[in-house]
Design a protein around this ligand. Structure first.
Ligand SMILES: [Zn+2]
Ligand SMILES: [Zn+2]
Length: 211
């Protein structure tokens, strides 16, 4: 996997570290995510049960998963120096019937989006990657929305890397993840929402619902 685009824009702030392929850096795994919503956080701002500074015996488990920041000596998924916007909250549980599908599991091409827009619903296409912490925040937001209303469909596309067939087709002009594309109830494009901007996403969904 070639080096990912080296900077990641989060809410207009440039955050280093969305690129995880340099040798000193590992991959962001889900090992640091809390098991339950009321998990206690330690002084390191990590769910205590998963913190390798509180529990050094956990280190091998993270290294095995390649989730290790060699530069800072903590799991990549606990390194606030590399990822200031880490999020550990477990995702809301999806209600049965929530309209979520994965269109691309591992970067495989999806030639166009329009035919996947669901008639009568606002369809949100989410280009994301597992190494992208802000993408988890989009999930948390969207899961809440899917649980609250039946007229929204969520279609996830796992980019994996910037040179995957999926990224080459859809993200050539895109500088950072997440990248969302919203279609209205009429099945037509509303607009793309680049980066983590939940207000802009909500505005696009609102517009899509009024069509
Ligand atoms: Zn700790
Ligand atoms: Zn680091």
């Amino acid at each position: 996997m070639r080096l990912l685009k080296s900077l990641c824009l989060v809410g207009g702030v440039v955050a280093a570290g969305c690129a995880t392929s340099s040798p000193k850096h590992g991959e962001l795994s889900a090992l640091s995510v809390a098991a339950s919503e009321d998990a206690a956080f330690c002084e390191h701002r990590v769910p205590q049960e998963n913190c390798t500074r509180c529990h050094p015996e956990l280190i091998p488990r993270f290294k095995e998963a390649r989730d290790w920041c060699g530069e800072h000596g903590v799991p990549e998924s606990q390194c606030f120096l590399c990822h200031p916007d880490l999020s550990f909250e477990p995702l809301p549980v999806l209600a049965p019937g929530a309209d979520l599908k994965k269109l691309s599991q591992a970067g495989e091409d999806v030639p166009e989006l329009e035919s996947h827009a669901v008639p009568g619903k606002v369809t949100v296409f989410d280009f994301y990657a597992d190494w992208c912490p802000p993408c988890r925040k989009v999930d948390a937001h969207m899961f809440g929305l899917l649980n609250a209303r039946g007229d929204v469909a969520y279609r996830k596309l796992n980019v994996v890397a910037w040179d995957s067939p999926l990224a080459k087709r859809h993200l050539a002009q895109v500088e950072n993840l997440p990248y969302l594309v919203v279609y209205g109830k009429d099945g037509k494009l509303v607009r793309a929402v680049p980066g983590l901007n939940l207000e802009a996403l909500d505005a696009a969904i609102k517009e899509g619902a009024s069509r």
